[in-house]
Design a protein around this ligand. Structure first.
Ligand code: ADP
Ligand code: MG
Length: 268
């Protein structure tokens, strides 16, 4: 049996829109079960990169491979079975109840008749429990707060039960308790099944402590791609390069852990 080398492999991907280079020769090799954080300033190309991996945007040059197969050979159903995608924000109004929305995540796995089975209902319950949205099931999507919506989007992706989970700023609108719940849930998902995650985030410290690898994008180019330990050893300098502002390392008294925060920024 030939062993699969990478869950996701991005080779020399270039995206340009209206003559603007959005991604410039981006290459990234992601193995099964790795947890990647994609960080970088606004407009760096993070969402574009996630959309390219999700198959929602075709690069001008370069290829994306899923488990060594060219993504272009996947139809939408096969793609949905292989990976789920939590967008930064949904396009337009979603005219569904929360329950129906999460059920949508199950369709790729259903048979030809699209009938929900007990297994589908069980997966929905589990996903809703993990993301703490059980009490919202009968609400319509457009009545949710930013944080509630984010948890429901995540529940839809979890219910899909694919082995690659792409998330674009999934914790931006979450309060600290729900952010903690989210990372705990992700941890449990990783323990219970083979799961590769790629997550865009602005939370540098969560990236460092919750992820195994970091990709730092700046102006459409990768400034760093590798293990979290190596990244941490290059902090704060690498953060200063990527974000263009000073960062400082803070060390907690009780533990030897350090966190990083922006420092000395003044607005005129
Ligand atoms: P990030 O997620 O890192 O903030 P994006 O990937 O959303 O950045 O966008 C990268 C750059 O590409 C930004 O300058 C953005 O304005 C531009 N861009 C993205 N999508 C489009 C589009 N459809 N048309 C024109 N410019 C776009
Ligand atoms: Mg974005």
């Amino acid at each position: 049996m030939i062993e699969i080398r990478y869950a996701v492999e991005i080779r020399n991907v270039r995206v340009s829109i209206d003559k603007n280079e959005i991604l410039d020769s981006v290459s990234l090799s992601i193995r099964k079960n790795e947890r990647w954080a994609v960080i970088g300033p606004n407009g760096a190309g993070k969402s574009t990169l996630i959309k390219v991996i999700a198959g929602l945007l075709r690069p001008v040059n370069g290829t994306v491979l899923l488990e060594d197969n060219d993504l272009r050979s996947y139809n939408p159903r096969k793609r949905a079975l292989a990976m789920s995608y939590v967008p930064q924000k949904p396009d337009g109004v979603i005219p569904y109840t929360v329950y129906d929305f999460i059920m949508l995540g199950r369709y790729a796995s259903m048979g030809l008749l699209g009938q929900a089975t007990d297994e589908d209902r069980r997966m929905i319950e589990t996903a809703a429990g993990i993301c703490d949205v059980k009490h919202l099931m009968m609400r319509t999507m457009n009545t949710l707060s930013g944080g509630e919506l984010q948890r429901v989007l995540l529940a839809g992706a979890v219910a899909q039960n694919s082995s690659i989970l792409l998330m674009d700023e999934p914790t931006t609108f979450l309060d600290p308790a729900h952010e903690r719940l989210f990372f705990d849930a992700l941890e449990r998902l990783h323990e219970n099944k083979q799961l590769t995650t790629i997550m865009v985030t602005h939370d540098i410290n969560s990236a460092i402590y919750q992820c195994s690898h970091i990709a730092a994008l700046c102006n459409g180019k990768l400034s760093f791609a590798g293990g979290t330990e190596e990244f941490r050893s290059k902090c704060p300098e690498i953060l200063e390069d990527v974000f263009g502002i000073p960062f400082k390392r803070f060390t907690c008294n009780q533990k030897a852990e350090s966190v990083f925060g922006s420092w000395g920024v003044s607005c005129h």
